[in-house]
Write a protein that binds this ligand. Structure first.
Ligand code: AMP
Ligand code: GLY
Length: 428
């Protein structure tokens, strides 16, 4: 089978690694890919917003399956364009991708189908005064979210009325999030541990992958600014069998059923971000794709043929037996460049990649580039160091990951030292 992966980040490198293990794979392409993926696939520099050029590429290479990694091409309708041209695609249509692209759409769907989530109100730009009136009388803290995709920056947790008013102004008056902030969701602030759960689905049936825990803040102890994710581990002990069953029955199943019934069947990976509140698991957000860096720790825990799983989902006949979940553990620590998340330093040479230990740990490329035969930084999140072991021993897995990091160095490199500690503490 000839497969093309769309995307260039750590998630796509992790997908490529797992797909490359498949017995049914004959050729792997990546568009545009990255220097890490280059060892597994043929990379092609094609602008992924140009659907007709992509279709032409897929025709020339006789691609059997396209796997779309990031949310942007999904929300822009790349799946629809490729499907209309006759290709098999793993990834939701534009209308189904609204579950991530429009928070108000996801919240309404949850409300109408009794899916547990924070209580909420939706306001349009012209409702500015009404939003402020509501904020005067509500309880604090409260959460204010831009409706559209705002590169992870569109969520503000306001402790006071003044902070909340400022946040609404940022969206409606200063247009800080562009059109993504023309509509806002104001929602109840939940408390509890967070987890990310992926459901690979053909629109009806689904396979739940092990629950992971991301670390979104830049500094240890979950302090500092929000980032795209500074590390993850799986499985997380915060989600036990009962909670996973609850998520499956009360969240994923009714969400997929409602989407199908409403005419926008979801095919691909439904990412469910949950908070384990005192009242039980509630949805924080849905994403229309695999998470990054969670994919880097979830995929090493799968045995079997991951490509078979993706292909069977994409053709609408999910093969529930294609993968099995191992008893193992995985930890991924992200190495970020100086000043991330405010900015990123590009072109800094990365040392130590050639001496990196193989076996229980491996490197994932997220924001790198090859220049004159050297690998240099090319983004905020530069590399992921992943350790994965067959035992259920998070402490040992963390040690292996950090030992491996000591082999890598680039100027300005920053990383968290406490990835997986919450899970280790919960277990001891
Ligand atoms: P989101 O972009 O929706 O994933 O939100 C980013 C982060 O903001 C989440 O991972 C949570 O840590 C936090 N967050 C979002 N919504 C809520 C909420 N209703 N209550 C508490 N924290 C939230
Ligand atoms: N790690 C968070 C995300 O992928 O959205």
């Amino acid at each position: 089978m000839k497969v093309a992966i769309i995307g260039s980040g750590g998630r796509e490198h992790a997908l490529a690694l797992k797909i490359a293990e498949s017995k049914i794979l004959s050729k792997l392409y990546a568009i545009p890919g990255n220097p890490g993926i280059k060892n597994l696939a043929e990379n092609y520099e094609i602008n992924i917003s140009n659907h007709s050029v992509l279709i032409q590429f897929c025709s020339e290479k006789e691609i059997d399956l396209v796997v779309i990694g990031p949310e942007k091409p999904l929300t822009e309708g790349l799946t629809d364009s490729l499907r209309n041209a006759g290709f098999v695609v793993f990834g939701p249509s534009k209308s189904a991708a609204r579950i991530e692209g429009e928070k108000s759409f996801a919240k309404k769907l949850m409300f109408e189908n009794n899916i547990p989530t924070a209580s909420f109100h939706i306001y349009l730009k012209e409702d500015y005064e009404e939003a402020i009136k509501y904020l005067r009388k509500t309880k604090y803290p409260i959460v204010i979210k831009a409706n559209g995709i705002a590169s992870g920056k569109g969520v503000i947790i306001a402790d006071t009325f003044d902070d909340a008013k400022e946040a609404v102004k940022e969206c409606f008056i200063n247009s800080s999030f562009g059109s993504a902030g023309d509509k806002i969701v104001i929602e109840e602030c939940m408390t509890g541990q967070e987890a990310s759960i992926f459901a690979v689905t053909d629109g009806t049936d689904f396979v739940l992958l092990p629950a992971a825990q991301d670390h979104k803040r830049i500094h240890d102890g979950d302090l500092g600014k929000n980032t795209g994710g500074m590390g993850a581990y799986a499985p997380t002990p915060f989600v036990d069998k009962n909670e996973l069953q609850f998520v499956s029955e009360k969240i994923i199943k009714p969400t997929l059923q409602a989407m199908k019934k409403n005419g926008f069947e979801f095919v691909g990976c439904l990412y469910c971000g949950i908070m384990l509140t005192p009242e039980g698991p509630k949805v924080v957000e849905f994403n229309c794709r695999f998470g990054d860096p969670e994919t880097q720790v979830v995929l090493p825990l799968l045995k079997g043929d991951f490509l078979k799983l993706l292909y069977s989902a994409a053709i609408g006949k999910l093969d529930l037996d294609s993968v099995q979940i191992s008893e193992g553990t995985a930890v991924c620590v992200v190495l970020a460049s100086k000043n991330y998340p405010d900015s990123s330093e590009k072109g800094i040479v990365i040392n130590g990649l050639e001496n990196f230990p193989s076996g229980t740990s491996h490197i994932i490329h997220s924001g790198t580039k090859e220049v004159n035969g050297k690998i240099v930084t090319d983004g905020g999140r530069v590399l992921g160091v992943v350790a994965s072991i067959e035992q259920n021993d998070l402490r040992k897995c963390k040690e292996i990951a950090y030992e491996a990091i000591s082999k890598i160095y680039f100027d300005g490199m920053q990383f968290r030292k406490d990835i997986s500690d919450k899970g280790i503490l919960a277990k001891s």
